[in-house]
Ligand binder design. Sequence first.
Ligand SMILES: Nc1ncnc2c1ncn2[C@@H]1O[C@H](COP(=O)(O)OP(=O)(O)OP(=O)(O)O)[C@@H](O)[C@H]1O
Ligand SMILES: [Mg+2]
Length: 372
Amino acid sequence: MMNEKRKILIVDDENDVVDTINTILNEEGFETHVSTNGKDALRKVQELSPELVLLDCYLPEMMGIEVLREIRKLSEEIAVVMMTGHGEEQLVVALMKAGASDYLKKPLGKFTLLSAVKDVLRKKDINREIIQSERLLLLGELFPFVAHEIRNPLHAIGGALTIIQKRIIADPLVEQSITVINEEIKRLTSFVKECLEFSNPSDLSKFSSTDVNDVITSSVDLMMPAFHDAAKQIDLSLSLQENLPRLQTNFNEIKQVVLNIIKNAVEAIDDKGSLAIVTSYDPRLTGHFLTITFSDTGKGIRKEIAKKIFDPFFTTKTASGGTGLGLSVCRKIICENHRGTLTIDSEENRGTTVTIRLPVDPSAAMEGGSGV
Ligand SMILES: Nc1ncnc2c1ncn2[C@@H]1O[C@H](COP(=O)(O)OP(=O)(O)OP(=O)(O)O)[C@@H](O)[C@H]1O
Ligand SMILES: [Mg+2]
């Protein structure tokens, strides 16, 4: 995941309370923002999408519980820890009912504050992982059946369309419509294929000795037309280390990953930009891991969505027909099927770097090192 600071919004009208919390959280490496009233807090929640709001119960104009209810209307995901003052304990049940994640009694001690904040954030992470794995599980169980039901009619439609194409008298509008139908059939067919590959467990028998550089060059060849077209000019630079150790991998799966990552890079670059792909293996620096990095100069990933990009079906490309499965497929292939790691670092408007690390069997490394 990205190495970004976790964002917390502190809402309290007492300056010294805010200062203390701010200092404690900053020291601990959190990114903090401050609000002194409910209205401003709600505006900041929308603007900044913090992961956690520390919300005082007693605020001028708008009470904490009202602010909490409004936050809940905006998002179920943001954690809200309420800070109650002396004599406000009876509020706790109402606060929890209104969707508070936890509550803290003032005055706050450093230890209590930090452990509550860390606890709530940890619960959030666990929830996210549960949601991801539930979706994956559902997809894995359900999709083979759904795929069957979609594939057959698609096949029939395609066949019928070929017959129509042969019989029809030339009419530009009809021809145009046939092209549209054909394209949509192709899109659905590849979506079904993608989902099936995703839901099917990796076939171990397909693992064989692979030169990762071959995967890169064959994927780049396939993607070449996308680098230079009427709308885009993308400079590609390849720096592929010679004599990489051969790895036991599923060539097609790794190729699918490489294609997906290159496709994302191409899609992130609006008109001009560059993509650098580097492969390297240096046991002194990276242990028994071979590294592949893809650095693009595209639009980057907004911090607010960084956490979601690996979620199955999460996409910012609804208009252009993204399925949002690309990165979750990549992660499954690299992390689960090949026991590697996949990390993404990105800066908005600057670019994105995807790093893949694949484990090298030390004995295989010797073999590859000799250039076989
Ligand atoms: N290199 C990148 N630069 C900027 N944003 C990226 C990059 N890679 C991924 N993203 C963001 O992550 C989201 C999820 O990516 P993912 O590949 O899973 O799905 P997608 O590209 O939207 O759709 P699909 O890959 O299924 O066509 C993208 O919609 C995009 O917002
Ligand atoms: Mg993609």
